[in-house]
Design a protein around this ligand. Structure first.
Ligand code: SAH
Ligand code: SF4
Ligand code: F3S
Length: 470
């Protein structure tokens, strides 16, 4: 048996003991009928997937879940460090818990996730938020039950971070939030060190999960009726490179896609520097793979791409896009963009604008550069004012709105297969999504949530479509 399988197994057994002990303690400590936990998740799908593991472990420790911290015995914020704004929200929301803890001293308040892997943040929490009793980073997730137990019985505060052993631990229970839309992590960490980005520092080195474990989990999700499965990794294209028997991401996709069932298969995120033709072919030929490619380009200027350490240029990016458009009929393209990277001029920014006009993305995730402590870009000269950057940012949004509106109008009259996802409380309208990840609003009964339906697109309102059931 490989070493890690043995380690994972041993870990699962020890943690299982801690979960039992916590369940006993919580029977005494609970405020109401049952021990209750409140989990708030910030940041990307990786964090959402981590929170689903935390909920899995809490569930085995006897907890039920609530939507507000007021009644909870255990409150946990799973944090994101990617931009300053994300961190500020966490500090604000944690501060707001002070009175609750004063009123009910027996509750345990905890913080985990990407922010907590940064020493200066953990120190600030330690010094300024004495009512926070447990702090752990992304590398400590696999022994959360032990940390929780210690925080409950020790009386002292438990702070744990920074012990990345570059391993993948399996066998952690998962409690998924949704029953038809689900996340499936295939790898963790990132080796790319884009100069603006904190992720490699807080998530550690790139490591892939074993292919057979992923295949089993995918099969189980399909059998359980999941309709929309997203494979997760910071750079899915390098999946499998570090495994004992290397596997390419395109082949992993093909293997899952070969499973029968009524489902869509998605993935994120793909890095343009190694988004291969083979991957695009796999999407084009797939039976279940969404005709959607999220390919963040960040900037349209070669000078800025170089300064960002992205390892591709505008020409290579556009060649990949051209191949995707040629191979995948009606491909829906989305991207991430950073405005105002240090040293970016208006001329550079105009190249970002021209790139989005050329590609015509379905939608964009746009961000203003936020300096992150310890990254190379934090130390660069940044002469452009915040006001000026906001002006560019608004210009970008206006151009994208025009493109999205044009793309959506072109879909009016077409027939689309959509997954019905939710109901709008106020209007009773259903929200659905196309395979290309475009939102469609339509009239219908809420019993349709979680099913695929055929709709006719009747109207386009900016980037949202209106449709009718066929
Ligand atoms: N691994 C993914 C992205 C993860 S972070 C990828 O490489 O595409 C999600 C997005 O946040 C990034 O694509 C980038 O656009 C943005 N981002 C990351 N760091 C940022 C920073 N310091 N300031 C502003 N935006 C940032
Ligand atoms: Fe960050 Fe770059 Fe890694 Fe994405 S690929 S997580 S942007 S370092
Ligand atoms: Fe944020 Fe961590 Fe994701 S920094 S974007 S939650 S990997």
């Amino acid at each position: 048996m490989p070493d890690m399988t043995v380690k994972s197994h041993q870990l699962a057994e020890t943690q299982s003991e801690y979960m039992k002990l916590t369940a006993e303690i919580m029977e005494i400590r609970k405020r109401g009928e049952k021990p209750l936990a409140f989990i708030r998740t910030y940041g990307c799908q990786q964090n959402v997937a981590d929170s689903e593991k935390i909920k899995g472990m809490l569930s085995r420790s006897g907890f039920d879940f609530v939507d507000s911290p007021d009644e909870a015995d255990f409150i946990l914020f799973n944090t994101c460090a990617v931009r300053e704004h994300a961190e500020d929200r966490v500090f604000g929301n944690v501060g707001a818990l002070k009175n609750l803890k004063r009123k009910h001293p027996q509750i345990l308040i905890a913080l985990c996730g990407c922010m907590m892997e940064q020493e200066h943040v953990a120190n600030r929490i330690y010094n300024s938020f004495p009512f926070v009793g447990l702090v752990f980073g992304t590398h400590s997730l696999h022994h959360f039950p032990e940390l929780l137990y210690r925080a409950l019985v020790d009386g002292g505060r438990v702070f744990e971070r920074g012990n990345d052993d570059n391993q993948v631990y399996e066998g952690i229970p998962v409690r998924r939030d949704g029953n038809f839309k689900g996340w499936l992590p295939i790898m963790y960490g990132c080796n790319n060190f884009c100069t603006y980005c904190i992720v490699p520092y807080v998530r550690g080195r790139e490591r892939s999960r074993d292919k057979n474990i992923i295949l089993t989990e995918a099969r189980q999700m399909i059998d359980l009726g999941y309709k929309d499965i997203t494979l997760l990794g910071q750079n899915v294209n390098s999946y499998g490179k570090t495994l004992e028997t290397p596997v390419s991401f395109a082949n992993l996709l093909r293997e899952i896609d070969s499973y029968d069932g009524d489902y869509w298969l998605r993935f994120m995120t793909s890095h343009p520097k190694d988004c291969s033709r083979d991957l695009i072919d796999a999407i084009a030929e797939g039976r279940h793979i969404s005709k959607h490619l999220h390919l963040p380009f960040q900037s349209g200027s070669d000078r800025i791409l170089k300064a960002m350490n992205r390892h591709y240029d505008r020409k290579k990016y556009l060649e990949t896009i051209a191949y995707a458009k040629e191979r995948i009929e009606d491909v829906s393209l989305t991207s991430d963009i950073i405005v105002g990277f240090p040293g970016e001029t208006y001329e550079d920014f105009k190249q970002t604008l021209s790139l989005i006009r050329e590609v015509e993305f379905t939608s964009l995730f746009t961000f203003i550069f936020s300096p992150r402590k310890g990254t190379p870009a934090e130390k660069l000269d940044d002469p452009v004012s915040a006001e000026e950057k906001s002006k560019w940012f608004r210009e970008l949004l206006d151009v994208q709105e025009e493109i999205a509106a044009k793309r959506c109008s072109a879909m009016v009259g077409s027939r689309e297969r959509v997954l019905i996802e939710s109901v709008k409380e106020k209007t009773n309208e259903l929200n659905a999504r196309t395979s290309g990840n475009i939102i469609v609003e339509l009239e219908g009964d809420k019993s349709l949530i979680g099913t695929f339906q055929e709709v006719k697109i009747t109207q386009a309102r900016n980037w949202i479509l209106k449709g009718e059931l066929i």
